[in-house]
Design a protein around this ligand. Structure first.
Ligand code: AMP
Length: 621
């Protein structure tokens, strides 16, 4: 039962709104929610139809849509009007599809005007967003029907490798289905949450999520640190999965029965029956050693588990190779992984489970239903966003950009406004002066290009940088914004390990109206800010140039002629004059150019001389 509340102003009964978690999959989709009594995530099974909704949309002759199991049957009888795997098209251009253009049984159109593909059904063009929205509408309807309450808000999962355009497309599909998408969550993150990993903000873990579905395979390595899920690496194959196991079985049976593949393929009914038998055999062999059946009068379908394993071994090996690659990309050894999570129906194959457990050197987690685990995690995330878990506070997005001051008083954004939080981002900086041993880190918040128009949050000195030439030290500045909106800024000089950090609360003391005003200001002053930034950048370039040239004259003056030194000093003075007179950016950059053109041959000359010097002491055989 959903909770009931009374609206005190109208006296009307209000049902507390449920926020659902949705796994919008390539082959299958699911919707889940947190049961209000036992607080456990549960996949919605409306009217006993099962929790899994095949991600298939069929358009009937009268233009109506049928989604799910009922639509699946039309894949064979009416492929042109039956759309599957639409997730593969989301946020993609025709070019992105590359070699896989012919994979689809329906018409995929190259739409030049928008760059993104469209699907043609009869005489109507649908975007993958609209088609995904059909699946989401069906999930929403099932949830509303089963829970007897309106469902207007959702968390939707996407693969960790989805880019911005694919994530945005998923968000838009939700919008079209009448859902406010509170958060787009990575599928492996949701799977980890479903296993309770990452819920305690003090937990630090490295997790591998192995996801083998019907048609796709992903491995993701996550690092969980202070409630932040960071994707360290992903690998996989978007055209590899349980369907390949089925195909291997079909080919084996065709050979055993001494049939000709082309003849079987031409017989639509036979090939369809064969496909179903192969999938059945595969599933039976997940719990038994032998499968025996037949297709009446046409062929014997017999398979033993060890034969099946020999058939699929090359496919399983490919997934393990992907795991190896992902670990190497994450710069980790398998034994550094704290938990391995199994996702996707094909992880029920014992050989897959064993191969993955063996690779990571620990038993993989498979206690939750691998088809449901992502949706269950999405429901947990939804519950957190609904504020039902007081122990965890997840803010949606950061309202203002966070950054640091760089040369000339410019704002260098590190975490852009509207970033999901918790989040973590960083950048590397270096020194601008030889022998510089301190670096001032000033942290600002706001949208303006020049820091003095923004709000200063903190300032600290990174002290004890070993004296090195300018540009040598490597200073990593990291911003870690946790779920409570607390920003930790840390600076580390990598060569020496010198380290310093501060904590600030960016939201402290700011009202919504002030945030709004700050955003408004950034729009009003956009042009002014861009000009200011360009002048500051030009002045910074000039300062650096002057510093380099003067240092060069000091060190290497002996290799230059008197006239050359004279001319250099003249050009240096000219640049200094332009700077002093407050010249515009073009005047500054012109003077920089003159100086640069005149002095650049000097560096080469000095290099040649030092090479000659170094060689003169050595014999070359
Ligand atoms: P998913 O895309 O995650 O829904 O995974 C669907 C894939 O899992 C399909 O290829 C199914 O045939 C496969 N699958 C489902 N149940 C089993 C099972 N018991 N044993 C082996 N494969 C299964």
């Amino acid at each position: 039962m959903a909770k009931v509340a009374i609206n005190l102003s109208t006296g009307a009964l209000q049902q507390e709104e449920v926020i659902v978690g949705i796994d919008l999959g390539t082959t299958n989709s699911l919707v889940a929610y947190i049961h209000p009594e036992d607080k456990k995530p549960i996949a919605i099974n409306d009217q006993g139809q099962g929790t899994i909704v095949p991600s298939v949309v069929h358009f009937t002759d009268t233009g109506e849509t049928v989604v799910g199991t009922a639509a699946k049957d039309y894949l064979i009888t009416d492929p042109a009007n039956t759309i599957y795997s639409v997730k593969r098209l989301l946020g993609k251009s025709y070019q992105d599809l590359g070699a896989h253009k012919d994979y689809f049984g329906y018409k995929v159109i190259d739409d030049d005007s928008e760059g993104l593909v469209k699907v043609r059904v009869k005489n109507t063009f649908y975007s993958p967003i609209e088609l995904s929205a059909e699946i989401l509408k069906e999930l929403r309807a099932r949830a509303e029907h089963a829970l007897k309450t309106p469902v207007n808000r959702a968390v939707i999962t996407v693969p960790a490798y989805f880019n911005d355009s694919q994530r945005q497309a998923t968000r838009d599909a939700g919008k079209l289905a009448g859902l406010e998408v509170l958060r787009i969550v990575n599928e492996p993150t949701a799977a980890a949450l479903a296993y309770g990993i990452g819920i305690d903000p003090n937990e630090e873990k490295t997790v591998a999520v192995y996801d083998l579905g019907g048609g796709t395979f992903d491995i993701s390595i996550l690092s969980i640190h202070q409630g932040i899920f960071e994707v360290l690496s992903t690998h996989g194959d978007t055209y590899l999965g349980g369907d390949d196991f089925d195909r291997a079985i079909i080919n084996h049976w065709i050979q055993e029965n001494q049939l000709i593949a082309d003849t079987v393929n031409l017989d639509k009914n036979l090939s369809q029956e064969l496909r179903l038998k192969a999938e059945e055999a595969k599933k039976v062999l997940s719990s038994q050693q032998v499968y025996t059946s037949s297709i009446e009068g046409k062929m014997e379908c017999h398979l033993e588990r060890h034969t099946f394993e020999a058939l699929i071994a090359p496919i399983v090996t490919r997934t393990i190779e992907s795991c190896r690659q992902a670990m190497s990309d994450a710069k980790l050894q398998p034994e550094q992984v704290d938990a391995v999570i199994m996702v996707g129906g094909s992880t029920r194959v014992p050989m897959v489970y064993e191969a993955v457990s063996e690779f990571f050197g620990r038993p993989a987690n498979n206690t939750l239903n691998p088809d449901e685990v992502v949706a269950l995690g999405a429901a947990i995330q939804a519950d957190i966003l609904a504020g039902n878990r007081k122990d965890i506070l997840l803010l949606d997005v950061t309202p203002l950009t966070l950054g640091i001051e760089t040369m000339g008083g410019l704002m260098d954004p590190i975490i852009p406004r509207n970033s999901k939080i918790p989040t973590k981002a960083g950048r590397q900086y270096t020194t601008s002066i030889d022998g510089q041993v301190n670096m001032k880190i000033s942290v600002y918040q706001g949208e303006r290009d020049v820091v003095h128009e923004n709000r200063k949050l903190a300032e600290f000195d990174l002290k004890g940088i070993p004296a090195m030439p300018a540009g040598f030290p490597k200073v990593d500045v990291n911003f870690i914004l946790n779920a409570d909106g607390i920003l930790k800024v840390e600076a580390i000089e990598l060569r020496s390990g010198t380290h310093q950090e501060v904590e600030v609360k960016p939201q402290y003391g700011l009202t919504d109206a002030q945030v709004e005003q700050m955003l408004l200001d950034s729009i009003t002053h956009a042009r002014e800010d861009v000009n200011a930034r360009m002048i500051i950048e030009a002045r910074t370039t000039a300062d650096q140039m002057l510093y380099q040239v003067e240092r060069f004259l000091e060190k290497n003056g002996e290799y230059l002629t008197e006239e050359e030194i004279q001319l250099t000093r003249q050009n240096v003075q000219q640049l200094k004059d332009v700077l002093a007179s407050g010249g515009d950016k073009d005047a500054i950059l012109t003077a920089v150019d003159v100086l640069e053109e005149q002095t650049s041959p000097f560096a080469e000359r000095v290099m040649q001389i030092s090479i000659k010097k170094a060689m003169s002491g050595k014999k070359i055989e």
